[in-house]
Write a protein that binds this ligand. Structure first.
Ligand SMILES: [Zn+2]
Length: 194
């Protein structure tokens, strides 16, 4: 468990240092599955991802029972419902990174760019707004994730899923850059005649 907690602490710091999360926003989890158990390790509530300690990481079973003493992220249901739906997912990263979230707050969709596997659909999948931390949001995400590796949560942020934590974090960074590139291209096009 210690090694896994260390991975979460390190990824949290990377996300924070790269400004993909700020303040006490964002959350990260991994799934720890073996023959006897299927549990998740998740970042705690009301903590900066830039300043976590290994003992802050909270363990939950898939029913949401707390196996440690800390309080999990308020979005723990969002993580649990996706793990229950997707057997192939072992890590989830949720951020409010500024460019991607800017799109989430607008009527514009984020285009899928080259760089992270084959482009199957032209735009990232979106789900309608539901209150952060609510079971409604968790169920909607799980119902709509399909085979996607990214979901845009309208008027909220994004989440990425992957086989492992580094991949999920790397995808979150890639999506932020994708949104930034799209924003810059759009802005340049607006000023084309000048
Ligand atoms: Zn959020």
């Amino acid at each position: 468990m210690n090694v896994n907690a260390k991975d979460i602490v390190e990824v949290g710091k990377t996300l924070y240092d790269n400004k993909l999360v700020s303040g006490k926003a964002g959350n990260v989890s991994i799934r720890i599955k073996n023959d006897d158990s299927d549990i998740i390790a998740i970042t705690p509530t009301l903590s900066s991802l830039g300043d976590l300690k290994e003992e802050d990481i909270v363990l939950l079973d898939l029913e949401g029972n707390n196996l440690t003493k800390g309080k999990p992220s308020s979005e723990y249901n969002l993580h649990l419902e996706i793990y229950k739906k997707r057997d192939d997912v072992n890590a989830i990263v949720h951020t409010h990174s500024p460019y991607a979230t800017g799109f989430a707050f607008s009527s514009k969709k984020i285009k899928r760019h080259e760089g992270f596997g084959q482009i199957v659909t032209p735009f990232l999948e979106e789900i309608e707004y539901a209150k952060p931390g609510s079971m409604e949001l968790a169920k909607s995400a799980a119902e709509n994730i399909g085979k996607e590796d990214v979901l845009v949560l309208k008027h909220h942020g994004i989440l990425t899923v992957a086989d492992n934590l580094k991949e999920a974090a790397s995808l979150a960074a890639f999506i932020e850059d994708t949104a930034k590139t799209q924003y810059i291209a759009h802005t340049l096009n607006l000023t084309e005649e000048i």
